[in-house]
Design a protein around this ligand. Structure first.
Ligand code: KIV
Ligand code: ZN
Length: 507
């Protein structure tokens, strides 16, 4: 069976989702998990975009040894040189350069003619090839490009040395049959196509990204670009878990393999969701909480008699174990570590110390600790890494006869500062005081509280969205005390905003 190369772009296109910006440590953690998942290529970032992006690519390139590491660059010398600088430590580096080929982009965005774009693309590929033979070229907005011109560009860049050519449906406009035919046309009309891998990169604006990618595979594409949970620009990208499980489940009409260890899919999805704060919708295929839940009596009866009556794949195959009551306050460190391993987390000793300490604190307040509680603790203590602001202390007084008052102590760039303030309620008081300490101009757009498990002693999970100068970020925090969870979520969002502010605008 032929192999489909899985190119993961969670850390690049995925990070372009509104609110999903990640810092270097967070990206490194996801990259380690993607290596465990055994994707073939990790697109680690866009090094020219910011110092943070550059460092993330450099760190990932330096640490991840078994997966190719790609970095994005526009088709110009400065971008390509910067991408190489970040990538040079990688075991198998790939420069991914792109330029738009549709008339609409040429006329309004690039203000260039077709011949100029063709020459720019060729020069970019030639420059990238001076650094590495592993060069990918993307024809941005390929699905709306004139086919004959697109084929001319592709032929020229392959001749210049591109070893992967990528056909993006940048605006998620294509329909499966049409997209498949486009791929077939390229395969049949670019004379040197056999010298390169044909790749696709689909966006999900019409909800067709996975369907378009499948149509492309059936017509000759051998690399698919995708993201975990389908996150990405606007409506997102092809969902990695959906494309991989479709290939696994429908081998009868898709006689292909991927290198992905599907049993790590669920843990990877949770990790990305916990780090980015982007919640997975319950009915999301493969990784949504309802994806394997059978509600109707007829279905439950069928499943009990024979799982294949209503289940086309097993929860085990993507690494979902039955959610169970796991630990309590008497559980020891060893049992705790084993449970973490089962959940897919391998922590360093000092990280385990931190998480175990917090587990004991939560277990003192809450009798029953579920997997979801453990994941929330890990997210709070280990995954969401503060850049600038840290909560040290919070005390809130509220009730029916007092003016809600908050006293907050924070670490700002390593220096302790504190303040007190009022509000119409306890959360408002805490937020006003935090805003005063960090002197933020941001506006709170959304605030929501959820309980992680059932019961009034459940941990609260707070998600906030804030905005400043058109930049939006999401923050999350958890704690058995919802005021503390709210403060943590706000501070997490403020840290992300600081990180995002350091980035320069993209093309
Ligand atoms: O959607 C797109 O066209 C892209 C390219 C840079 C590959 O993300
Ligand atoms: Zn894209």
């Amino acid at each position: 069976m032929e192999k489909i190369i899985i190119f993961d772009t969670t850390l690049r296109d995925g990070e372009q989702s509104p609110g999903a910006s990640m810092n270097v440590q967070e990206k490194l953690r996801i990259a380690r998990q993607l290596e465990r998942l055994k994707v073939d290529v990790i697109e680690a970032g866009f090094p020219i975009a910011s110092q943070g992006d550059f460092e993330a690519v450099q760190k990932i390139a330096g640490e991840i040894r078994t997966v190719q590491i790609a970095a994005l660059a526009r088709a110009n010398a400065q971008d390509i040189d910067r991408a190489w600088e970040a990538l040079r430590g990688a075991e198998e580096p790939r420069i991914h350069t792109f330029i738009a080929t549709s008339d609409i982009h040429l006329k309004y965005k690039l203000k260039k003619g077709r011949e100029q774009v063709l020459e720019t693309a060729v020069s970019a590929v030639e420059r990238a090839c001076r650094y590495t033979p592993n060069v990918e070229f993307s024809a941005e907005d390929a699905s709306r490009s004139d086919l004959k011109f697109l084929c001319r560009v592709l032929e020229a860049v392959i001749k210049a040395g591109a070893t992967t050519i990528n056909i993006p449906d940048t605006v998620g406009y294509a329909i499966p049959q049409e997209f498949g035919e486009r791929i077939r046309y390229i395969r049949e009309n670019v004379p040197n196509i056999h010298n390169a891998i044909l790749s696709v990169h689909c966006h999900n604006d019409l909800g067709l990204a996975v369907a378009n990618s499948i149509a492309a595979i059936l017509n000759g594409a051998r690399q698919v670009e995708a993201t975990i949970n389908g996150i990405g620009e606007r409506a997102g990208n092809t969902s990695l878990e959906e494309i991989v499980m479709t290939i696994c489940t429908r081998r009868d009409i898709l006689p292909f393999t991927t290198g992905v260890v599907t049993e790590h899919i669920y843990a990877t999805s949770r990790l990305v969701s916990l780090i980015t704060g982007m919640v997975v919708q319950p009915n999301k295929a493969i990784v949504g909480t309802n994806a394997f839940a059978h509600e109707a009596g007829i279905h439950q009866d069928g499943i009990l008699k024979e799982p294949s009556t209503y289940e086309i794949m097993t929860p085990d195959s993507i690494g979902i174990r039955q959610s169970s009551l796991v630990l309590g306050k008497h559980s020891g460190r060893h049992a705790f570590r084993e449970r973490l391993k089962e959940l897919g987390y391998r922590l360093k000793e000092e990280e385990l110390d931190k998480v175990f300490h917090r587990f004991k604190e939560v277990a003192d307040k809450k009798k029953e600790i579920y997997d979801e509680d453990i994941e929330a603790i890990i997210a709070d203590e280990i995954l969401r890494i503060p850049d600038k602001y840290k909560l040290v202390y919070l005390n809130v007084v509220s009730g029916s006869v007092v003016v809600p008052t908050a006293t907050v102590q924070m670490e700002v760039d390593g220096k302790i500062t504190q303040s007190a303030g009022f509000g119409v309620g306890p959360i408002d008081a805490a937020y006003n005081t935090i805003a005063h300490i960090v002197k933020t101009k941001s506006k709170l757009l959304r605030f929501s509280v959820d309980s992680i498990t059932g019961g009034t002693d459940a941990q609260g999970e707070v998600t906030v969205k804030i905005e400043e100068d058109g930049k939006t970020v999401v923050g999350q925090g958890t704690d058995p005390d919802i005021i503390t969870a709210s403060a943590k979520a706000y501070i997490n969002a403020l840290n992300r905003l600081e990180h995002l502010k350091k980035r320069s605008p993209k093309s």
